[in-house]
Design a protein around this ligand. Structure first.
Ligand code: FE
Ligand code: ZN
Length: 241
């Protein structure tokens, strides 16, 4: 199985991911903030969107649900714990459930903290994880509806997906995250090197995601926090920065 995964930049810094499974011809949009550029991208590729998967209820992840469903008749899957806040959901899922995109199977992982019911989707065979606003390149989501303890547990779950796993996050926050990470670990050589790389990439107008679990394990101050307390301190410091 080789999924085709297309990045669609929308709004100021969101990424919508369009995922195409070539055997069945199914196409799925992850967290469509808005509809139009997502429908256009699919059309340009000759694809029809059959599914939407939502990681959490925030409007910049679900705002395009209704219009894409109207245009395509797709089915929408999202977190059971946030069903009341995502009225367009057809299927509610939680940890341990599997969701199919054609022949490709994804497992649902509960990653509460940014929102209380936040989930991630992991395609095991393709080694791809869609993590919404839980894990970013060198960062993590703000703790709007959850605790540092939950986010610490989320980091353990995500790092356990393995180094080769590509991580598809929902925002381009890398530069700001990296600047903060350098204040935490100024002597981390892997971090210094990565910052040089991504600074050049941003100067060229390039996207810096997806990232990988391997890269996050060596450069992400939240994944690298050695305790709940340390993660909480770093999250508070980043929020205040
Ligand atoms: Fe969010
Ligand atoms: Zn977001």
């Amino acid at each position: 199985m080789t999924l085709e995964i297309i990045r669609i930049p929308v709004l100021s810094d969101n990424y919508v991911w369009l995922v195409h499974e070539p055997v069945s011809g199914e196409t799925m949009a992850v967290d469509p903030a808005i509809a139009e550029p997502v429908l256009e991208e699919a059309k340009a590729r000759g694809w029809t969107i059959t599914q939407i998967w939502n990681t959490h209820w925030h409007p910049d992840h679900t705002g395009g649900n209704a219009a894409i469903k109207d245009a395509t008749g797709c089915t929408i899957t999202g977190p059971a714990a946030e069903a009341e806040r995502i009225p367009t959901l057809d299927r509610m899922v939680a940890e341990g459930d599997t969701v199919m995109l054609g022949a490709a199977e994804a497992r649902v992982i509960d990653v509460p903290a940014h929102t209380a019911g936040h989930i991630a989707f992991h395609f095991g065979e393709d080694q791809a994880a869609f993590v919404g606003d839980t894990l970013f390149a060198m960062g993590c989501g703000r703790l709007f509806e959850g605790t540092a303890e939950q986010m610490y547990a989320n980091m353990r779950k995500l790092e356990a997906l393995g180094d080769a796993t590509r991580v598809y996050c929902a925002h381009e926050y890398t530069l700001s995250n990296g600047r903060f990470a350098l204040t935490v670990e100024p002597d981390n050589a892997a971090l210094v090197e990565r910052m040089n790389e991504i600074t050049a990439m941003r100067d060229r107008g390039e996207a810096t995601v997806p990232t990988t679990i391997a890269l996050e394990r060596v450069t992400n101050p939240f994944m690298r926090a050695s305790s709940v307390e340390e993660l909480a301190e770093r999250r508070a410091a980043k929020d205040a920065a």
